[in-house]
Design a protein around this ligand. Sequence first.
Ligand SMILES: C[S@@+](CC[C@H](N)C(=O)[O-])C[C@H]1O[C@@H](n2cnc3c(N)ncnc32)[C@H](O)[C@@H]1O
Length: 309
Amino acid sequence: MPSWLLKAAVQGAISLLPGRHHFNSLLQQRVTGSLVLSKATFDAKVSHCRHHLERFRRVRDADGPPAAALELGTGWYPIVPVGLALAGAPEVTSIDVTALLEAERVRRTLDMYAAALASGRLAGQLPGLDPTRAKRTIATARERVGATAEELLATVGVRALLGDARASGLPAGSIELFVSNNTLEHIAPDALAEILAEFGRLSAPGAVMDHFVDISDHYAHFDRSITEFNYLRYPPAVWRFFNNSLQYQNRLRASDYRRLMERAGFTVIAEEPARGAPEQLARIRLARAFRGYGRADLLVLRSWFTAVA
Ligand SMILES: C[S@@+](CC[C@H](N)C(=O)[O-])C[C@H]1O[C@@H](n2cnc3c(N)ncnc32)[C@H](O)[C@@H]1O
């Protein structure tokens, strides 16, 4: 059996268990290794954070950070929200419907920031970052023995909110920058429409959204015998057997994200699509559900979407 199918079967079974997120963490840590925070992953997330900050500055013609930023999908390692806070954003909230944060993983994130600061690497990477202040903030947090993940994050200026972004409970008009990374592709289309509507409600005048979306078949990251277009061959009735709630993939294409954002009242002002190899796509017999998309659209495997309220 190809290893992606094995992973789909194991994750599908785990997704039915109580404590499924714990078992999924073990699977990702011990078997697929995808939960280990490498320097390469850390650097990639810091560069995403830089993208968010630069986009905000450019779109708003501002020379400082947003007064209030909201990240959707905290995940396991809060690298992006910590980066936003270190770059001077006074109010940073990160929301996740699943409690994936652990003190140990927040500490690992802070250790990586401390190392990047000590080497001088971070100074040029995050616009607005004051290295001396950032070093002091990180050091204070790292000294907090026995603190929870939430307490550690609060020390560096990040509020971790456990809840559903469809109904965040945050005040209307309170957010200037919305960001997400590798998250939108894991949310069902109806829920995504509701989240974007909520972002519309939360938007301060001139609010900016900046999202990085990986719309490749994630099983291909793990199993090199398939391409990142592979999942486009399965009709929805078949795909649902391979899909599961632990690593749900909505299979929306770039044009779908654009349409959902525009429907929620945002104007998409920039996209940065990265396309795959046309010969790989040509080898896929597309399921009917994907035959109506243009070729240029189907070739997009990753993209940035920047939008304004
Ligand atoms: C792949 S993870 C996030 C990865 C993280 N941003 C990173 O860059 O490493 C996607 C997250 O979105 C969260 N999520 C999905 N639907 C959500 C919702 N309605 N409200 C809040 N968080 C949601 C999931 O719980 C999951 O932790």
